[in-house]
Design a protein around this ligand. Structure first.
Ligand SMILES: [Zn+2]
Ligand SMILES: [Zn+2]
Length: 123
C-alpha cells in the first residue's frame, strides 16, 4: 500500500498530499480541541512540514489563540474555511498538525496516543 495520503477541504479548492507516514498521530481530548472541532476530540497527524505538499490552492493562515497563550497558526481553505493543519509555537513551522479528518482515507491513521484525557468525555 502506498504511504502517500491525500486530503483536502470540503469545497475542493485546497488539496494536499502527505508524502510519507506521520511521526505520530495523537487524539487530543482538551477543551480547546473540543471547541475548535465542535466534537469530543481531535485527531492530529504530526508530520514534518516539507512532507506536506500542496497539490492545489493556497491555504490561508489564521492566527488563533491556543491553550499555551502563544497562539497557533491554523491553515484554512480561503473559500470554505475548513481547517487543514495547524502549527504551534512549541514545534514551530517545521512540524504540522494535520487534521486527520481532512484526509480522503482517515481510517488509515488511527491514534498512537490519547492526550488530555482528564477532560475526555465520560462516555
Ligand atoms: Zn475549501
Ligand atoms: Zn487539544
Amino acid at each position: 500500500m502506498s504511504e502517500e495520503l491525500d486530503g483536502g477541504c470540503t469545497c475542493g479548492e485546497v488539496r494536499y498530499r502527505m508524502s510519507g507516514p506521520p511521526l505520530f498521530v495523537h487524539c487530543c481530548h482538551c477543551r480547546w480541541c473540543q471547541r475548535e472541532t465542535g466534537s469530543a476530540f481531535v485527531l492530529n497527524a504530526m508530520i514534518e512540514a516539507d512532507r506536506v505538499v500542496l497539490l492545489k490552492g493556497a491555504p490561508e493562515v489564521i492566527l488563533t489563540p491556543s491553550a499555551s497563550g502563544k497562539g497557533q497558526k491554523i491553515s484554512r481553505c480561503p473559500a470554505c474555511s475548513i481547517a487543514l493543519w495547524s502549527t504551534y509555537s512549541g514545534a514551530g513551522d517545521a512540524v504540522r498538525f494535520v487534521r486527520v479528518g481532512t484526509l480522503d482515507e482517515p481510517d488509515r491513521l488511527p491514534p498512537d496516543i490519547h492526550i488530555f484525557t482528564m477532560s475526555k468525555q465520560p462516555w
